[in-house]
Design a protein around this ligand. Sequence first.
Ligand code: C5P
Length: 320
Amino acid sequence: ASVVQRLWRGRVSADMLSPRLQRAMKDYLSANKHHVSYSGHRRTAQSAKELLCQIKAQARLSTVDGSEQPFSSLGWARLVPSVPLEQLQDQSSFKTCAVVTSAGAILRSGLGKEIDTHDAVLRFNAAPTEGYERDVGNKTTIRIINSQILANPRHQFNTSSIYKNVTLVAWDPAPYTINLNKWYASPDYNLFGPYVEHRKLHPDQPFYILHPSYVWRLWDVIQGNTQENIQPNPPSSGFIGILLMMALCEQVHVYEYIPSMRQTDLCHYHERYYDAACTLGAYHPLLFEKSLIQRINTGPESDLRRKGRVTLPGFSTVNC
Ligand code: C5P
């Protein structure tokens, strides 16, 4: 069976990857750039319900709120939005939510209308809707952006309409041991300056930075349910976005995270760049993230094949 067919059934391991991707993975394991040291469990036989309850307990949403150093001294308690991210859905009520990944396989899906019927739609980084409405829809409620979007002028963060009229959620990997002072002094890409500037210019736009401990607790869940050593790098934005929406919504549909029958090496639907690493992972532990999400998928395999669609319950509907 192909890697994708194995993913549809939830049984994967690194030796299914191409030699090139396996080598990349080994290199990341030996570099261990973020100084990850994991000493927790490796449960491999948890049921879907047990897994969901573990995720719900371990993936409590958390953002930088200015209560900790160095952010407290920098006055961030008054800089961050006064409504916490966890309460975003209180005003608008998110019953059904869609997470739309940027995978090339969403091209020619015709899923745009279905995606736009959701109460809230989450998109990633610089992924556009303009020109791709038939396949990806045009509604955007939340956009998760990595620190490169803020730091690299190429993305025109301050002027592009992609980042306007939506809730923004940024993230950047801190060291695994979460030293906020070290993180502030040397983030992967400098997001702090642009964040402060943007908050001052657009105080009414909800804009959050995920707490790095949230990102690494998500990584712990993946490693804690995988026998092999996964890449010691943060989960992909896709995985972070899925778990974020499970915290905010009653039901979540994820599109083209687990690849459909349209699977392709085309990295993004909006760019002509081909690399299987975008779907199966080199830097991010993508293969293992996807396997974990498939284990808690409540939708049928036919949804995976035809739509690349996973159905997940929101945490508020899961009784543990
Ligand atoms: O590349 P980028 O991180 O902006 O894409 C957003 C997310 O979509 C990724 O983090 C990943 O989870 C998902 N993705 C995927 N397969 C691809 C491209 C993106 O699963 N080919």
